[in-house]
Write a protein that binds this ligand. Structure first.
Ligand code: TA6
Length: 297
């Protein structure tokens, strides 16, 4: 559906509009009294969430591609139905295919506090080449006093399937060297920078090098204390008992063409996940939802 038709069907004056964004991709803009948000139909990719009078909570690369089949860099990539490399076939896309496919805008609503958009992706001939399961994904974005992003997986087939997934959220920080992360003290993680060795994280959790840590048992909330912007980003969740923390630091930033060389200074990924031992098996006709809830204080 083209942008004009999308606006005719889903536009709500002053609250919801659809515009052509970079790469000619449709972007849904959500406006409300408490915040604004934008979501690209490529990957149902939340690109921004900005509390009224504040700074964007999500980081976006100004070198990102906007091309079907390629991931947008920044915001909230939807990593599904596998996280990281495909376990058997490394030729399949990193972090699955949901983030590099075009989703449908299925529904919108403008409530008193929240402005809501619902996006859907169904299994297809293309997806079945990489993942045998029949599915319907539904991403519900609620922009209000908080940002809520719910990723629901429905098994529409007659065979159970197992997924790993993540809302791979890039948070915008004022100065990474003045950030501390709360919520991981005493938790065990796989340290992917050091050949996946197991280690225990201890506070204070600061970022002063390339960090890529998978926490297979991290059911709790997290907080990013951003001293430079004088704000705390509270990261709540439901349906997720694992997490990933990533900052590429200097060398990896330089090595990524879609990532500014100094981008590591103002971003931090704290990812809401079902990864490692927290993988989820969904029976035929059943569903699983994972929800991210972000507030700024
Ligand atoms: O979540 C951390 C991670 O798995 C890192 O290893 C790094 O690969 C990052 O995701 C970004 O992956 P991408 O495919 O988006 O470049």
């Amino acid at each position: 559906m083209d942008v004009k038709s999308l606006n005719e069907k889903f536009g709500i004056n002053g609250r919801i509009s659809i515009e052509e964004g970079q790469g000619g991709l449709p972007v849904v803009y959500l406006k409300g009294n408490y915040s604004t948000a934008s979501v690209c139909l490529l990957g149902a990719h939340v690109m921004s969430w900005c509390p009224a009078g504040g700074q964007d909570v999500l980081w976006m690369s100004d070198k990102s591609l906007f091309t079907v089949g390629k991931a947008i860099r920044g915001g909230i990539p939807v990593c599904w139905p596998w996280f990281s490399k495909h376990p058997e076939n490394e030729s399949f896309p990193m972090h699955g295919f949901a983030r590099i496919m075009m989703w449908e805008l299925a529904n919108v609503s403008a409530e008193a506090e929240d402005t809501v958009a619902v996006f859907e992706l169904e299994s297809s001939e293309e997806s079945m080449k990489m993942f045998p399961g029949k599915f319907r994904l539904r991403l519900t974005v609620r922009a209000g006093k908080e940002l809520s992003v719910q990723l629901k997986t429905v098994n529409t087939g007659d065979e159970a399937f197992t997924i790993t997934q993540a809302l791979h959220t890039y948070y915008n920080v004022g100065d990474i060297t003045k950030v501390t992360i709360e919520g991981f003290d005493g938790l065990c993680c796989l340290d992917k920078v050091n050949n996946g060795v197991l280690k225990v994280r201890h506070d204070p959790f600061i970022i002063d090098c390339n960090v890529d840590e998978v926490y297979g048992d991290a059911p709790g909330a997290a907080v990013i204390h951003d001293a430079a912007l004088d704000r705390d980003i509270n990261i709540g969740k439901e349906g997720s008992a694992s997490a990933v923390v990533w900052n590429p630091w200097i060398e990896k930033s330089i090595s990524m063409a879609d990532f500014p060389d100094e981008g590591y200074k103002t971003m931090l990924c704290v990812e809401t996940a079902n990864v490692a031992e927290d993988k989820r098996t969904i029976q035929p006709g059943m569903e699983h939802s994972m929800t991210l809830k972000v507030r700024v204080r």
